[in-house]
Design a protein around this ligand. Structure first.
Ligand SMILES: [Zn+2]
Length: 337
């Protein structure tokens, strides 16, 4: 299923379903020209995603030997299926930081490091073992490394007569990139700004302060002149600049919530703090959360805790078992950004 969303340049959206996932779908955008095409993001390594992509490629009569792929970031719903759709003539472009991270997660020990971190934040060994088999980030990723041309901030990609610029927007992931068509004022957002869902901001073992990075990237993206903003999931049914403002306010309020929880429960673990935060999930209590949702929640809580640590409001201290506990250091006045 596809839809034409712009003329001159011709841009199409292939609707890629993400089965049993709250994101519902991935928007795979295609800039189509008489010369070469550019496809932006792909899908999970799942048969439903592959079938939808192949159908879209057929419907749009795309020759994959004349099609390049730009991947906005490391997440499996964006790059999980690359190896199944590339042709010998396809070039894959991806920001350097997330490309290197992607390969390290596949063949290095980044998952192991991440698991060790979650153990230090209050998860049990049994919980982590269970998660290893259930995590969609692992199950639906590429199972073999892929080649890519690594991009830096400001690098250009030619698509026929059109030109796109890679914009480094870390936060949602350590190396997230948007893609900007300056003359046409079109921004491919990836997951940097989503409209009816909030992009997940989480802890990464190789990033100090992913929420701080994210807020800086939000402040940066709103300086661009954008007429058509294209998110990687769901619709773009709000004003772009108002949506950016709302996301900044959302995290400011989230920081205040986390801060108040620590103030009321000095010395709690991130696992406990996440249990007191508000989540958009239908569950009676924190105990009833599915384990994978707890994993996402603790990751998000940690991104907020790391910001509070970086700004000097909170400190973490390990106990005799190496489990981190969070303590209040400084009073907050209300606005964190
Ligand atoms: Zn993502």
């Amino acid at each position: 299923m596809y839809e034409k969303i712009n003329s001159n340049p011709d841009i199409y959206k292939i609707y890629v379903p993400l089965p049993r996932n709250p994101l519902k779908n991935l928007n795979c955008y295609v800039i189509k020209t008489d010369d070469r095409n550019l496809m932006i993001d792909t899908g999970f390594n799942q048969p439903e995603c592959l079938a939808a992509l192949r159908q879209g490629i057929r419907d749009l009569e795309m020759d994959m030997n004349k099609t390049d792929i730009f991947i906005t970031h490391i997440h499996s719903d964006h790059c999980g299926i690359i190896t199944d759709i590339v042709a010998p003539g396809t070039r894959v472009f991806m920001g350097r930081v997330d490309y290197v991270g992607c390969i390290e997660f596949l063949v290095g020990d980044l998952w192991h490091q991440s698991d060790l971190q979650y153990l230090k934040e209050g998860f049990t060994e049994e919980q982590m073992e269970y998660l290893e088999s259930k995590n969609p980030a692992i199950a639906y990723s590429n199972h073999v490394p892929f080649d890519a041309i690594e991009l830096e901030d400001g690098d250009k990609i030619k698509v026929g007569d059109w030109e796109c610029t890679a914009i480094f927007t870390p936060g949602h992931t350590p190396g997230h990139m948007c893609l900007y068509m300056e003359k046409e004022k079109i921004m491919f957002l990836g997951d940097h700004v989503l409209y009816d869902i909030t992009p997940n901001i989480t802890m990464w073992t190789y990033v100090d302060d992913s929420l701080g990075d994210y807020i800086r990237s939000l402040k940066r993206i709103r300086t661009y002149d954008i007429k058509l903003a294209l998110p990687a999931h769901r619709d773009n049914n709000l004003d772009f600049y108002e949506r950016v403002e709302a996301l900044i306010n959302h995290h400011n309020a989230r920081l205040m919530d986390s801060y108040k929880i620590i103030k009321a429960h000095n010395g709690y673990t991130a696992y406990d703090i996440a249990g007191y935060m508000k989540w958009d999930i239908v569950c009676d209590s924190w105990e009833d959360f599915p384990l994978i949702q707890k994993w996402f929640a603790v990751g998000e809580a940690l991104a907020h805790l790391h910001y509070l640590i970086k700004e000097g409001y909170v400190e973490s201290k390990p106990d005799e078992n190496g489990i981190n506990h969070y303590y209040l250091v400084k009073e907050a006045e209300g606005n964190f950004f």
